[in-house]
Design a protein. Structure first.
Length: 240
């Protein structure tokens, strides 16, 4: 269960922003998704506010609804059997590091420059500076090396941080239109193995399909040996 839950109230820590003034979508989805038993799918219906108490409604079917000011629904979460995606390629650590040198935010200010997870201007974040993987135009890769500043439990990276780490790499090259960015609308995550502080993981994201403004993508965290530690399916929607 999320570290930021007290009774029936959830507060998203202002440290973990994505776009300016709102929570990173993966972190918010993770904080909410961890209120559900087992793998979960979270649909974000409004920008998740930071530092404000959010109401939680636990439903009899195992789903959860999170409400903000004036009862506005921020998100809904539901249990799922799992996340049935497999990386089309499993890059090595060296290949992932090389991809991160081509992170689209390097040397420019974008809507996501201050993101806790991937922001090029953020020096206290997760540092997942994903970039296009050489030879795979629709695939991103990066190295995730969590240190002691990343929320953890006895050296195991907190679940909501795993969700966050799966979010940004799923923003694949077909979405890279800085005049018309896309925002995370839905994220389903299945955690298979622990992600450990001080041990590198490989973040990989890939494009599945585009339907108008909707982009379907997926991502995974891999061990250096290529084992899947966690995986996700995402829906991104381009702003109007």
């Amino acid at each position: 269960m999320s570290d930021f839950v007290a009774l029936d109230t959830l507060v998203l820590d202002p440290r973990f922003n994505g776009p300016p003034s709102t929570a990173n979508g993966g972190y918010a989805a993770g904080a909410i998704g961890e209120l559900v038993d087992g793998p979960a799918e979270v649909t974000l219906l409004a920008p998740p506010p930071l530092g404000a108490p959010l109401g939680i409604d636990f439903r009899a079917d195992g789903s959860v609804e999170v409400m903000g000011h004036h009862g506005v629904t921020i998100a809904r979460a539901r249990p799922v059997d799992g996340v049935d995606v497999e990386p089309p390629v499993r890059p090595s650590l060296a290949e992932a590091r090389e991809a991160s040198r081509r992170h689209p935010g390097h040397g420019r200010d974008t809507y996501f420059s201050g993101c806790y997870v991937c922001g090029s201007r953020r020096h206290d974040g997760l540092g997942i500076h994903f970039g296009p993987l050489k030879g795979h135009s629709d695939v991103t890769a990066a190295v995730f090396l969590p240190d002691g500043t990343v929320p953890n439990r006895a050296g195991v990276v907190a679940p909501d941080m795993v969700w966050a780490a799966l979010d940004c790499p799923s923003y694949t090259p077909p979405l890279w239109d800085w005049e018309r960015p896309s925002l995370l609308a839905r994220l389903a995550v299945e955690r298979l193995e622990c992600v450990t502080v001080g041990e590198p993981a490989i973040a990989v994201g890939w494009h599945i399909a585009t339907d108008g403004r909707k982009h379907h993508t997926a991502s995974a965290l891999l061990s250096p040996e290529g084992d899947v530690l966690a995986r996700a399916r995402a829906l991104w929607i381009a702003v109007r």
